[in-house]
Design a protein around this ligand. Structure first.
Ligand code: ADP
Ligand code: MG
Length: 501
């Protein structure tokens, strides 16, 4: 039970030899994440400057977010509401009183010389996300705390030759910082967790979660420990993680690096690392020891944030059904597999769409197949958001019903669907139109021909005897029976076949 931090000093030789043979079995990663989520507000956390993305530099600023002397912050109520909504949606306890604090440090993009955040009394604590794993068993990832804070500005290193420019448009943007416990055991776990978290935040509609625009940012802490628990090693923190795949790669890189350090009998030093995605490596930007002293103290310009229980309950009542619950309900209510339910609940829009189709009385499995197949393919092909998709759920249900009733074969129904996705017309209209009307399958045509022959036995007898005029009569009867969707040529050949002609 040698702790890792001692491994360089204890019995290093034997340990190093063991490690060099199978380092990946000797240690297991311990990973905890700090996620900064930009809350979906029109204006900033402590002033009325707009938060819109992509404006010309330094056009979305005011005395408050510029940190001019004498300017006083006021709290953005909408940001508080969204933060509380996120916290409740992630199962956390929202506190009736939380306290804003100053975190002081010097950096050119921090106009006031301090960030207003929350420190020892955060907005919420003790949430969790259950992350489904490939094996089927969920991993319970605890969320230690969620707190409100303001973003800093942005240093631009590529705008001005030989200098760094500062854009303060982002300074003061509302953020929710979400801190997990170190409950993740692999880079893949970390990625799966983030995928789940992002889905939850999207359901809650509290953030755009757009990593490219910086509205979801992740810092990852990682250390190694002996399998089965016990004392862990020193951790490092990786910053500048811009994509989920980048996070997974950066963590794998750092796990590998720490393994090699320990295997070589060395000691992992606390450090902050910057991930360089282009080179696929993490570089140390500072040792952790000299970071540290932020001189936190309660923000004197803001009173404690006091939230009434009844108000918190109101936010709780506004929560949507969260993904895990919705998956379970879909399995129960529509009799589809958990795998299909997981796909269909990928976003709230998709889940709403599926439910709207399934509730029209068609087969729930058939509806699932169409939504997972044709609908997803069509909205991808059109790069169209589901609410703007031209095929309304009711019309898709009608199409499925026409297929069930044998009016349309499956390939014909696909053809009709493609047209619906283009024009937004209801299926009956498309089926009735020339060309696309001739789409009934052979079995349906055969059944209509039988029906027509049975309804007019005398005429059938004359046709059988060679009276060719009557074939046009029967084609007409069948076209009528089919509501116009049968192909006349197909009807003709079916007639010939049945009458031995
Ligand atoms: P600090 O208070 O020094 O910022 P915390 O204990 O609050 O550190 O943890 C910050 C982040 O680091 C959290 O996301 C947490 O899960 C993670 N973390 C803590 N201990 C470890 C560890 N041994 N290995 C990996 N991550 C860790
Ligand atoms: Mg922070």
């Amino acid at each position: 039970s040698t702790s890792l931090s001692e491994s360089g000093r204890g019995p290093p030789l034997r340990l190093a030899q063991t490690l060099s043979h199978m380092p990946e079995q000797t240690y297991e990663p311990v990973i905890g994440l700090e996620i900064h989520v930009q809350l979906k507000t029109q204006t900033k956390m402590f002033c009325a400057s707009p938060t819109a993305y992509g404006g010309p530099p330094n056009t979305q600023v005011c005395p408050v977010c510029l940190g001019l002397p004498g300017a006083l912050p006021t709290v953005n109520g909408r940001a508080v509401e969204l933060g509380v909504k996120a916290a409740l949606g992630l199962g956390a306890t929202v506190h009736g009183t939380s306290v804003f604090a100053r975190k002081s440090y010097f950096y050119p993009d921090l106009p006031k010389g301090y960030q207003i955040t929350q420190h020892d009394r955060p907005l919420a604590t003790d949430g969790a996300v259950d992350v489904p794993s490939a094996g089927g068993t969920a991993r319970h990832v605890r969320i230690r705390r969620l707190h409100l804070e303001e973003d800093s500005g942005k240093s631009l290193h590529d705008r001005v030759e030989g200098a760094t420019a500062i854009d303060l448009n982002r300074a003061g943007t509302p953020l929710l910082e979400i801190v997990t416990e170190p409950d993740l055991a692999s880079p893949a776990d970390a990625r799966a967790f983030l995928t789940q978290l992002k889905q939850a935040l999207a359901y809650l509609d509290v953030s755009d979660c757009n990593m490219e625009e910086g509205s979801l940012r992740v810092d990852a802490n990682v250390s190694l420990r002996r399998p089965g628990g016990g004392e862990g090693g020193t951790r490092t923190e990786i910053k500048n993680l811009n994509t989920f795949s980048g996070i997974e790669k950066a963590l794998a890189f750092e796990v590998e690096r720490q393994s090699r350090v320990l295997a070589g009998g060395g000691e992992v030093r606390p450090a902050t690392l910057l991930w360089d995605a282009a080179r696929g490596e993490a570089r140390e930007i500072r040792g952790k020891e000299d970071g540290g002293d932020y001189r936190y103290f309660p923000e004197p310009d803001l009173p404690p944030l006091v939230l009434e229980d009844s108000w918190i309950d109101g936010v709780r009542r506004s929560l949507p059904e969260m993904p895990a619950k919705r998956v379970a309900r879909f399995v129960e209510e529509y009799g589809i597999t958990p795998g299909h339910a997981a796909v269909l609940t990928g976003t709230r829009d998709l889940a709403d769409y599926y439910e709207a189709v399934a509730r029209c009385g068609v087969s729930c499995q058939e509806a699932a197949n169409w939504v997972m197949g044709e609908v997803l393919a069509a909205i991808n092909a059109q790069s169209c958001a589901l609410p703007q998709f031209r095929v309304r759920p009711r019309d898709l249900a009608d199409l499925i019903a026409m297929m069930d009733e044998g009016i349309l074969s499956r390939p014909a129904a696909r053809q009709v669907f493609a047209r619906m996705a283009e024009t937004g017309e209801p299926p009956a209209q498309i089926v009735g139109e020339a060309g696309l009307g001739r789409v009934a399958d052979a079995a349906a045509v055969s059944a209509w021909v039988d029906e027509a022959l049975a309804a007019y036995p005398a005429e059938a007898e004359r046709l059988r005897a060679g009276d060719a005029k009557l074939s046009a009569f029967f084609v007409g009867r069948v076209m009528n029976l089919s509501g116009g969707v049968a192909d006349p040529a197909q009807v003709n050949s079916a007639l010939k076949e049945k009458l031995g002609g």
